[in-house]
Design a protein around this ligand. Structure first.
Ligand code: SF4
Ligand code: MSK
Length: 626
């Protein structure tokens, strides 16, 4: 294997497809990353500002050139404003995704969403109770309508506190109250972040960063939490489900349809269409053995979690999946969809379909999905995918899929433990499980593809730290074979014993990016059971290969919720040592947790192990030297 491909990814399918893409003259994200070098040093440090048209401005990090923008903003202000806007964009993306789901719930209640329905009525009723919606003797659809309206109110500004904030441990809510960062409206906090960062508004770098935390909390305990819970109501709460991962999940003799993006509103309907007898019969008429649906990124994770739909790859491999030549159609919704994909697909026979009223892409056909046309439109485009099988050329599928187990919602984890979190707590108290880590987030060509996720996870489970993961991290560890019961062979003796007895893998797939909130809910349950705060738990978060604004928001709501979080790539903040110090040290005093940045996953594992042991010691549990 050419060293060039080995340096780009640890995944065999990606290496082989990178070679094929080169042979086909197809440009990839790695090529473009190379072409962009050297990237702008001012921007990397967060020291450039183009907020207004007196600028753009930049601050000289060596102290020789300008130290203030045209308006007078210094390095601290510019870095804090840039970071604040990054977090606002991430919170907006997740929360708007949540809003789309609430709108589907409302349409279901009104009977205007053919094909959608209430799949988890118990969750509908328990959520309604949390929102103060009457349930006694009421029809599920009437409750759904009122719940959708109550959730929509959480987006506005009518309240002093978001409804789901009450799920956080009491001590945590006190911390937020004292700091004045309890999230109020979901849209309000994002809107206020944009207001504060307008020229001439908030020029206190500390107050800007505090509001960034509040904005992130409005995502974690608001928009993303609503997205996850409403997805469960509409499509079912995940249960452990067998699946498989890597590009080998594409089938040489079937019509392959790949869904990519984040929102299950479209992909659920596509899945139903792929299961239609008449469309499968049409595929057979075309000479295919059937219709094979596979996922990419988080819309794939949503289908994997609930239905075991296999996963073809994660963020950096979305172009390579097209280079297999095996994909009849890729259907995208929004977020993390590279604008290059239409161009890539034009080198093959793949038809590219965009579906969201808010996301268009060059080289894609736009077929807009709404709750009232989704079922029929899904059937129409799946039919077109089947018809495209006639045009298929050379296919290159050089790997076999790796088995995995998905579907570990909090309900499923507690179910596997026998209905209460107590056995997990007992295992932690006994030191068999030292602690837990949420390994989450994206891929980024700055880090060798999948290396950060897989290496960090391997080291953590070896040292008896239970790993829960989401997003593209979860796909990386599935491909590495960490998500089968047999993967306990990679775990330390204590974790091996516990997972072996429960017949669960040492790495639990908790879902998509919005599903990071499941980790918050689990952490709250553990903290409540111990009568303590999340920041006292022997747990940590990590985003070893993050790239997106959404990941920045997730990292911030983890830390603001009390979870020590280790980032792989450095965020653009090094232009202000004040901002760096606050985020990596000062926040400990404010919220009981802080960030660390460590691109080397071996070293990141040591940081997390030390943190876990330190927390164990403080809780009066045994601690060991790391
Ligand atoms: Fe320059 Fe200030 Fe305008 Fe930013 S807000 S571009 S620093 S003048
Ligand atoms: S898809 S946000 S690259 S995890 Fe959620 Fe993956 Fe990150 Fe997108």
């Amino acid at each position: 294997m050419d060293k060039r491909y080995e340096e780009r990814s640890i995944a065999q399918d990606s290496r082989l497809l990178l070679k094929k893409a080169d042979r086909d003259g197809v440009e990839t994200v790695w090529d473009r990353f190379e072409h962009q070098q050297p990237q702008c040093g001012y921007c990397e440090m967060g020291l450039s500002c183009r907020i207004c048209v007196m600028g753009p401005c930049r601050i000289d990090p060596f102290g020789e050139g300008p130290q203030r923008g045209v308006c007078g903003a210094d390095a601290d202000i510019i870095v804090a404003r840039n970071l604040g806007r990054m977090i606002a964009a991430g919170a907006a993306a997740h929360s708007d995704h949540g809003r789309d789901l609430v709108e589907v719930l409302a349409a279901v209640a009104e009977g205007k969403a053919d094909g959608y329905g209430i799949r988890d009525a118990d969750k509908l009723m328990s959520m309604a109770t949390e929102y103060g919606v009457a349930t006694d003797g009421r029809d599920a659809l009437a409750v759904a309508g009122d719940l959708a309206a109550a959730m929509q109110a959480d987006y506005g500004t009518r309240k002093s506190e978001l409804t789901l904030v009450r799920r956080a441990p009491e001590k945590r809510r006190e911390v937020w109250k004292k700091l004045g960062i309890t999230p109020r409206g979901i849209d309000r906090e994002t809107s206020e972040m944009m207001h504060r960062t307008h020229m001439g508004v908030d020029n206190g770098w500390q107050s800007l960063l505090l509001h960034a935390l509040r904005n992130a909390l409005s995502d974690g305990w608001g928009g993303s939490m609503i997205a996850t819970e409403v997805s469960d109501i509409l499509y079912g709460t995940p249960k452990p489900t067998p699946t498989s991962a890597n590009m080998g999940v594409l089938e040489e003799d079937q019509v392959n349809i790949v869904v990519h993006g984040h929102n299950p509103v479209v992909s659920e309907m596509v899945m139903l269409a792929c299961q239609s007898e008449d469309l499968i019969a049409l595929a057979r008429e075309k000479g295919a053995a059937g219709i094979n649906l596979a996922g990419l990124c988080c819309t794939g994770n949503e289908l994997l979690m609930r239905h075991g739909i296999p996963m073809a790859g994660n963020h950096l491999t979305t172009e390579l999946v097209l280079a297999t030549g095996a994909v009849e159609m890729m259907i995208v919704d929004y977020q993390c969809i590279m604008p290059s994909l239409g161009q890539t697909a034009s080198c093959y026979h793949t038809r590219m379909i965009s579906t969201s009223d808010k996301a268009r892409f060059p080289g894609m056909e736009h077929r807009e999905f709404h709750p009232d046309n989704a079922r029929e439109l899904a059937r129409t485009i799946v039919r077109e995918a089947v018809e495209n099988y006639d045009l298929r050329g050379e296919v290159y599928l050089p790997v076999t899929p790796v088995a995995a187990l998905g579907g570990f919602s909090v309900e499923a984890i507690v179910g596997a433990l026998g209905g209460t979190p107590e056995p997990l707590l007992d295992a932690i108290k006994a030191g068999k499980i030292r602690g837990a880590a949420g390994v989450v987030g994206c891929n980024n060509p700055r880090i060798k593809h999948d290396y950060g996720h897989v290496t960090l996870t391997r080291r953590l489970i070896e040292n008896d730290i239970l790993v829960v993961d989401t997003g593209c991290a979860a796909v990386a560890t599935a491909k590495a074979g960490f998500k089968v019961a047999d993967a306990i062979k990679y775990a330390g003796p204590g974790l091996k014993e516990i997972c072996g007895a429960l017949k669960i893998p040492p790495v639990l797939h908790m879902g998509s990016c919005v599903d990071n909130v499941r980790i918050l809910v689990l952490a709250s349950a553990l903290a409540d059971a111990l009568g303590t705060d999340i920041s006292d738990l022997p747990m940590a978060g990590a985003a070893p290969e993050w790239y997106s604004e959404k990941a920045a928001a997730i990292g911030c709501y983890f830390v603001a919720s009390g979870v020590y979080t280790v980032l792989g790539p450095m965020p653009p903040i090094t232009g202000s040592m004040n901002v760096v110090k606050l985020l990596t040290e000062g926040l400990n005093d404010a919220v009981g947790a802080a960030f660390a940045v460590e691109p080397d996953p071996e070293k990141a594992a040591v940081l997390i192990r030390r943190h876990v042991e330190e927390k164990r010691k403080r809780l009066g549990l045994d601690a060991k030297e790391v």
